[in-house]
Design a protein. Sequence first.
Length: 419
Amino acid sequence: MLPNTGKLAGCTLFITGASRGIGKAIALKAARDGANIVIAAKTAIPHPKLPGTIYTAAQEVEAAGGKALACVVDIRDEQQVGDAVQKAVDKFGGIDILVNNASAISLTGTLVTPMKKVDLMLGINLRGTYLTSKLVIPHLLKSRSPHILNLSPPLNLNPIWFKNHTAYTMAKYGMSMCVLGMAEEFRGQIAVNALWPKTAIQTAAMDMIGGEGVAKQCRTTDIIADAAYVVLSRPVDYTGHFLVDEDVLKEQGVHNFDQYAVQPGHPLLPDFFLDEEPETLVQQMEQHGATPAFKPTSSSSATPSSVGPIESTFDVIRRVINTDVVKSTQGIYQFDLSGEHGGVWFLDLKSGSGSAGRGQPPVKADVVMMMDSSDFSEMFSGKLKPTMAFMSGKLRIKGDMTLAIKLEKLMSRMNKAKL
């Protein structure tokens, strides 16, 4: 990991969502310099599914060498944010750095995203970031090295990043627009930048979204913490930048990124919104040291010409599903295929020892996947990674995203069965 330089010693950081995950990792990195950390988050009592509270995070900050102030804050509530800011100023004498980390996510399409979820994402990501910045800025203007760092992506208007989750993209881009505007508004007075991960980061939220097994496709929060530390150590005239963690660290001479991998050598899940063409993300991942997720189908397993490619794929599926697969998956899938070999197919991994075939599933599907039949064949043969298919717009998904990701395990078994 990147060594500490001591540049944040004595600085006061106000970090939203710092009770766990990326926010806490940034807090602990700064704490090792002896920084003061304001942990502004909602979790005051243990969450049944998510680890950590503002108080356990505060204990970790102090154990790392920093000073901590734990504040119960819902960043949608102006009064709570204002009270936390005042407590920070009263305790530490001011605020030098604001990290807008708190965020809400729902990777769902327009028709299936409840307005409650839309309001949550816009309220936390966009409005919460704007509100917290507005209330902290008067104190930053009194600091000798004031920074705002938003955990948000570069503004990329490629429709691919909107079509599957418009509400989330609007909310997340709202954070980035705060950077764009405030960097200019306060140029020369406050450094305002955005930081975004090149790959998926292992957090409790990612585990909930991605399900079992997603962690090995991620990097740890340490990479974001190291990159944030570099940015926050820079002078006030370093402003208005949309940064990617890997690029920031490469500039510091870091070349071994395996140190940040949960499982070194395993293919990494690329993050959303980055400028690479989605179709070439697999090649980009391999250039950065990742290995192909699935072995390509061997020529000896070619499909006989008398059997259609979709039917052949389902023949293999039937051979690999069993009671254990059903027990560990508990999902019913429907495939709406278009193109040359279009049609509707199903995969029942919820009852008995499983079943698969042509037509609608016996009961309502938990997940509906829509794609061209040729892409479907490539995906199940291991030539097209499901994540790449989804991110490039080749695969559309309705329903339970966790179950959709679980299907990758079955594809891995299929490829082993073919070879």
